[in-house]
Structures are given as structure tokens and as C-alpha cells.
Design a protein. Structure first.
Length: 255
């Protein structure tokens, strides 16, 4: 059974003391494909080191996270473009808009999002979208840029059924992680109305650990708890859920 974690920050400082053990637990659990989103240039070296250590399992993205869009965002974007031009990445991400913490740089977040979408299209790469309290703003931009080259993943999807359908209309898969196991997560109430062909699994480790680990550090092996929840929702075997969602990840990332 091959399980794919389509979104995991394995380079995080929170794994600094036991990264190898954490990776071993994930591999033992059947998680053998890890897609690694970027945040900003301060993490690039750690991402590259992770790839060197696990070349058969780790696949890197490149992008500027919306919460890292500050006064110097154009400098950060220039570095991202350099990396995209000089080597292989599997997606542009994570990119998007986050209005939860700070609305100060909304215009800059919008500019960065649009610019990185265009780079993804140029490189024929998927985008991986970060959206927090910004569905309207995200959809407005996707409406502007929608074409046959736009596709990717709506990471950590936490919206409504209507928002899920709209995201899918933009040729996005829905990244489903620990939130689906939360009592107040809500997406478990309608997910069975979304065909499994539109779903990929993720952890967003070290964040958003699923029940029964909620509130603790998340890690990629805990994707099993997400998978088990989808077994209940879709009334399919774990093997079938893993097979379909991994194939969906292959369709997105072309690997």
C-alpha cells in the first residue's frame, strides 16, 4: 500500500531532534511519497538537504508562502524565480492568501499569488494553494487567471461544499488532512458528496495533527488517521483509498 503525503514540512525545526526517526515511522506506515512545500528563502537550504537525504521519497516545491509576503516580497520572489529556472520542482507552492494573522500586505499577497501562478503556467507546473480566511479573494484571482494550464491542489481545504465544488471547477484537487478528524471540522459532513477522484491526502506536518494527536506535533505517519477517517466516509478499504489518492497525486505532480 503506497500512501502519499502531498503536503508536509519535514524540514521544520520541530523535527530537528528526531527527523530520521520520524521519517522511519512514516515509511514503516507505508507513506513513501512526501511533497514538500516552500515557505521562503530561509528554508531553502533545509529543503535541499532533506531531498539529498531521501532522494527516492522527497519531492520539492518552490514558492513564497503568503504569511512570508512582507516589505521585501519582490526580493523573495526574485529568488524563487531563480530557483524555478535552474532546477526541477514538482509544484509552485505553497502560495495564496492568508488574512487570518494580518491584512496589512493583502495587495502584496495578491500580486505575489498572481505572479507565481503565471510562473507555474510557464513551467507547466501545478500550484498548491494556501487559503486562510480568504476564499473570496482566492477565487477572485483564480477567476481572472483560469485557463487550461491552471491546475493543482487546494491545500488544507476547510471550506463549505459549495466552495469545494468551486475549487474543483478550477481544476484543483482538495488536500484533506487532520481537520477531517476534528469534531468541529465540518468537512467530514459533506465530503462523501465529493468524488474521491478529487481528493489527495496530506498532513501539513508539523501542524494540524489529527485526532487522537490533536494539539500535539503532527508527523507524516499520522496520515494513517486521515486515511482511516476517509475509509469511514467513503466506505472503502484503506488500500482503495490509498490507491486512488496516490494516483490523484501522480496526476497532479506527474510523478
Amino acid at each position: 500500500m503506497t500512501i502519499t503525503d502531498t503536503h508536509t514540512h519535514l524540514y521544520s525545526e520541530q523535527f530537528g531532534e528526531d527527523r530520521n526517526a520520524m521519517m522511519h515511522r512514516a515509511l514503516e506506515a507505508g507513506v513513501s511519497r512526501f511533497f514538500i512545500p516552500a515557505i521562503d528563502s530561509s528554508y531553502t537550504e533545509a529543503m535541499l538537504n532533506l531531498e539529498k537525504e531521501y532522494p527516492e521519497n522527497v519531492f520539492l516545491m518552490m514558492g513564497l508562502h503568503p504569511t512570508s509576503v512582507k516589505e521585501n516580497y519582490l526580493e523573495e520572489l526574485a529568488l524563487i524565480k531563480q530557483w524555478l529556472d535552474q532546477r526541477k520542482f514538482y509544484a509552485v507552492g505553497e502560495i495564496g492568501i492568508d488574512l487570518y494573522w494580518d491584512k496589512t500586505f493583502l495587495q502584496q499577497q495578491q500580486d505575489a499569488f498572481k505572479m507565481q501562478i503565471e510562473w507555474a503556467k510557464e513551467k507547466e507546473l501545478p500550484i498548491v494553494i494556501h487559503c486562510r480566511e480568504a476564499f473570496n479573494e482566492i477565487f477572485e484571482i483564480l477567476d481572472e487567471v483560469k485557463d487550461d494550464k491552471l491546475y493543482g491542489i487546494f491545500h488544507c481545504f476547510t471550506g463549505t461544499l459549495d466552495q469545494a465544488k468551486r475549487a474543483i471547477d478550477f481544476n484543483m484537487k482538495l488536500g484533506i488532512g487532520g481537520v477531517v478528524t476534528f469534531k468541529n471540522g465540518k468537512i467530514d459532513q459533506f465530503l462523501n458528496e465529493i468524488p474521491l477522484q478529487h481528493i489527495v491526502l496530506e498532513t501539513d506536518a508539523p501542524y494540524l495533527a489529527p485526532v487522537p494527536y490533536r494539539g500535539k506535533r503532527n508527523e507524516s505517519s499520522y496520515i494513517i488517521n486521515v486515511l482511516d477517517k476517509l475509509v469511514t466516509i467513503y466506505n472503502l478499504t484503506p488500500q482503495k483509498i490509498a490507491q486512488i489518492t496516490t494516483q490523484n497525486s501522480r496526476d497532479v505532480f506527474s510523478i
